[in-house]
Design a protein around this ligand. Structure first.
Ligand SMILES: Nc1ncnc2c1ncn2[C@@H]1O[C@H](COP(=O)(O)OP(=O)(O)OP(=O)(O)O)[C@@H](O)[C@H]1O
Ligand SMILES: [Zn+2]
Length: 622
């Protein structure tokens, strides 16, 4: 009997599609062309110019409009009889609770981040609705099928951890372009244009500074009274690329086995004539901008404002000279200060913000040049800084097709026919699509099997806020966490909490765990971390520990029950192991969960179908 659904089952099915981006546009089109007639679409985003090259349901005139709504309208134009409900909303908002999910026969994800995927996974488990998950990264793609109690859930296997770098590599000893790019984006960019009150490693240049020096340091990056934006840019330039490197060089021990960096001051870049032209108004009292290097663009140009265009640098795929990087640096700072004043103090790096990308390119390259690291093109910096692996429309289309095939199998009620499928970049045994059987649920999964976890934590130094943010939200993926000890509620979050209770919980958040009332969270205590919307609940045993390594700087480690009996201090990196075994495209395609994929980490398929079958078994194909 065919595993595929018949026409009637398809027409009667009600499906939820989450995400109307690269995969979502393809998926919505393929769903309606396959005959699906009842579809809800949720996407929280609006259309950006950078989406247009592959999200073909959108046109330039739609930029700024809701993706979900425009996708719906575009599809209705060629299939007017289909019933599509579009929600311009975050799938994590309370309106999409278990009751909402229960109305669907299937949920199909076209998302791009771990957080939302985990949330949808939990709601599908709670509502007992099958989920088809998907992800693409360049040529790589993946489609998986999750059915409560039958297959593993989305969270049964650990996901690769986001790539992070030791702070000292970024602040003091970069050795790769990416270190300089992370520095430019996380330190100078935020210090100059972001929230200055946030702590930033640029604040402290030398240890043991007395408080007056510290104060002077804190205000260094403020524009001084009467200082022109060009003078400010030049002063910051010399500090970042000149003085800071000179100070670092004084720590001779650091350079015994490393190449010493070379400080770069503006005076050494410009000839005296150029200096006159481009820096004529430095320090001018009234901040009047004469001799500007670029024609001013209209002030409302926002993220489209560009320094490189005005400087005659046309090709984003060319590496700029040191002098051009210096010019771009000075000009981007000037343009931010003069033309985007109202945004200053709250900017964060955005890969679609042209001026931000130019600033980060120039700052990263100037730093790279000092440290003898190859400079990069703006195109490459944009990719690395924005955690972009350039999307390939064809992979999205293939993955969307595979999602629909899995949907048809699920509707056909032959659940054994479901497959997870990898799209490979290079053919393996002449196959670019690799179908594999889904695993059964992992009995140690804390989401679908409710296995208890252990939190090793320094209960004397860690606060309840750390547990809420870093463990309940970040590690366990709870959107609105509640933390209970027996019947005592230690913390509850969410929109529906009354003000009085919220104030009581808030007052406790900065208390150290061992000082909490009515029950201190000390060694041996058991807590429950819940998210009511997700119907997620997890028991966590608290284990006090003080000997954390420097890398475990938040003094916490969450793991399985084996930690209860472990006596040695090993900084285990479970996720690294997972990463070596397989590159999970679901996680790799996320902004905040980017894994730099290189040759060594090319995906290794875990369970190739043909390898798992007895020779006599008939080979199944998706
Ligand atoms: N929590 C969420 N709720 C609703 N939609 C979400 C949520 N998280 C992500 N999405 C949507 O998932 C889609 C993912 O699409 P895609 O990976 O193509 O990303 P994109 O933002 O369109 O493109 P790019 O990141 O490459 O610029 C986006 O449209 C995004 O708005
Ligand atoms: Zn699971």
């Amino acid at each position: 009997m065919s595993a595929m659904a018949d026409k009637e089952a398809i027409e009667n099915a009600k499906v939820l599609m989450v995400g109307a981006g690269g995969i979502g546009c393809e998926l919505l089109k393929t769903l309606v062309l396959t005959g699906f007639k009842h579809i809800h679409v949720i996407d929280m985003d609006t259309i950006e110019v950078s989406n247009l090259n592959r999200q073909f349901l959108f046109r330039k005139r739609h930029v700024g409009q809701s993706k979900a709504q425009v996708a719906r309208e575009a599809v209705l134009r060629f299939r007017p009889d289909v019933d599509i409900v579009a929600h311009h909303a975050n799938v994590k908002s309370p309106q999409f609770g278990v009751g909402y999910f229960q109305q669907f026969n299937l949920v199909l994800n076209g998302l791009d981040n771990l957080d939302a995927r985990r949330h949808v996974n939990r709601l599908c488990l709670a509502a007992d609705v099958p989920l088809v998950e998907s992800g693409t990264t360049g040529y790589l793609g993946q489609v998986t099928v999750h059915m409560k109690g039958t297959t593993e859930c989305y969270e049964c296997q650990p996901k690769p951890a986001p790539k992070t770098y030791p702070v000292c590599t970024i602040t003091s000893t970069p050795s790769k372009p990416v270190h300089c790019i992370v520095w430019a984006k996380d330190l100078p960019f935020l210090k100059l244009f972001g929230d200055k009150s946030l702590s930033n490693d640029l604040d402290v240049r030398s240890s043991g500074a007395d408080s007056s020096v510290e104060q002077e340091e804190a205000s260094f990056f403020d524009v001084q009274d009467g200082e022109s934006s060009k003078a400010y840019a030049a002063r910051v330039f010399d500090r970042l690329f000149g003085q800071n490197i000179d100070i670092a060089l004084k720590n001779e021990g650091a350079w015994k086995e490393r190449r010493k960096p070379t400080p770069l001051y503006l005076d050494s870049i410009w000839t005296s004539e150029e200096k006159y032209d481009e820096r004529a108004d430095h320090g001018s009292e009234n901040g009047h901008e004469n001799g500007s290097v670029q024609e001013e663009k209209p002030k409302d140009d926002g993220a489209a404002l560009s320094a490189m265009t005005g400087l005659g640098l046309k090709n984003p795929q060319e590496i700029w000279s040191v002098k051009d990087n210096a010019r771009v640096f000075l000009e981007t700072v000037r343009l931010f200060l003069d033309n985007r004043k109202e945004e200053l103090g709250r900017l964060t790096f955005d890969k679609d913000d042209q001026l931000a990308v130019e600033f980060v390119t120039a700052a990263a390259n100037l730093r790279a040049n000092s440290f003898g690291i190859p400079m990069q093109t703006m195109f490459d910096v944009k990719g690395i800084a924005g955690n972009i692996i350039h999307a390939i429309a064809t992979t999205n289309a293939i993955v969307a097709g595979l999602i629909v095939l899995e949907a048809l199998k699920l509707l056909g009620k032959d659940r054994g026919a479901s497959r997870m499928t990898y799209c490979l970049e290079h053919a393996s045994r002449k196959l670019l699509l690799m179908p594999c059987e889904m695993d059964v649920p992992n009995p140690k999964c804390y989401v679908c099997s409710q296995t208890p976890l252990v939190l090793e934590v320094n209960t004397k130094t860690v606060t309840l806020r750390d547990v809420v943010n870093k463990i309940a939200r970040k590690k366990l993926g709870a959107s609105f966490p509640t933390i209970m000890q027996g019947y005592n509620v230690l913390c509850e979050t969410g929109d529906d909490i009354d003000k009085h209770s919220a104030a009581i919980y808030e007052a406790k958040l900065d208390t150290k765990l061992d000082a909490l009332t009515p029950v201190p969270l000390v060694n041996g205590v058991e807590i429950t971390i819940e998210d009511l919307q997700q119907e997620f609940s997890c028991i966590v045993h608290v284990k006090h520990r003080e000997d954390f390594s420097e890398e475990e700087d938040d003094q916490m480690r969450l793991g399985g029950l084996e930690l209860l009996t472990a006596t040695t201090t090993v900084v285990a990196k479970d996720t690294d192991v997972a990463l070596k075994a397989t590159v999970d495209v679901h996680a790799a395609s996320l902004d905040e969960d980017l894994v730099m994929i290189d040759g060594e980490n090319a995906p290794v398929v875990k369970r190739k179908l043909e390898e798992r079958q007895e020779p006599s078994q008939k080979r199944l194909k998706t």
